[in-house]
Design a protein around this ligand. Sequence first.
Ligand code: GLY
Length: 353
Amino acid sequence: MQEQAPIYFDEQGYASLNDYLAEQQPSKVVIFVDDNSEDHCLSHFLKQVTFEQEPITIAIPPGENEKHMGTCMALIIELTNQNLDRKSLLINLGGGVITDLGGFVASIYKRGIPYINVPTSLLAIVDAAIGGKTGVDLEHLKNQIGVINQSQMVLIDENYLKTLPKKELHSGFSEMIKHGLVSSQEHWEAICSAAKDDSVSPHALIKDSISVKHAIVEQDPNELGIRKALNYGHTLGHAIESFCLSSDAIPSLLHGEAIAIGMILETYISVQLFGFPQKEADKLNDLVKQLYPKVKFNTDQIEEIIELMMYDKKNVDGQVNFVLLEDIGAIALDCQVDNDLIMSAFEYYKQTL
Ligand code: GLY
């Protein structure tokens, strides 16, 4: 079993990266970025890191639309043209698309080269860059192709968040809300308080959020059991995100925006099936009302979203398996939910938010 990658912060992170480069002496280093991280983050990164030879930068356009096999092929061809061998290193400097796609290409190029994640969005810092999940979408279906393969390290530097638009910060905060719901009352309360004064990225809270994810992945790196808890809100959230990516009727949502709706729906279902406390569900509603756009779905669209859940990666034998909550931090895995209850959850979202 692969060990989870160490997570380093700030100066200690850059020192660890510099030590790694000095010890491992990679034959070549590629820094994989998108146009945004190249413009806003690359020069700060380069100032902190000592390379023996000039690294090669490869950039792609930003956005979820790039997260497909075509972009992987283009990157693999570029790595081949640059003559990267198996002692080369790929550094993913960017948000979740860059860490997911770059990590996947590093995992399959010449049967695998080492990679390091330097996440620059809140979503990647607290979630995507940690835990070794890599992959790409299959058309509009999320993360259908990929492997779990740990990076060499994750380097967290919150300075990268300074240039992030608020909408992106809120998208990342959605995964922090999820970590609050699946962990403990104390962490959940801290998340709710941070949102009240809109300080959605205070340092301690980010560290705590990362610790929640790290501890869960440590127990179950291959998602055979408890790691499924990190998919809370994602069964419906991913289906909603996929639907919006392929629909002309509703604009695409950021990942965290879709997951916020998924959490409202799955929390309603948790209240109905497991008696999850309504007062905690109300706190979640308040957070989602405050931070995320409300989306109106009609009955046909909801039926399409329900169809899309058939592609969820937790399904077994054609059965959709939800993660639900009995209480804050009390997780119920592999739960089946009637379509009628899902319809009622959408009705609740429409009425309440
Ligand atoms: N993003 C959920 C996980 O890494 O398991």
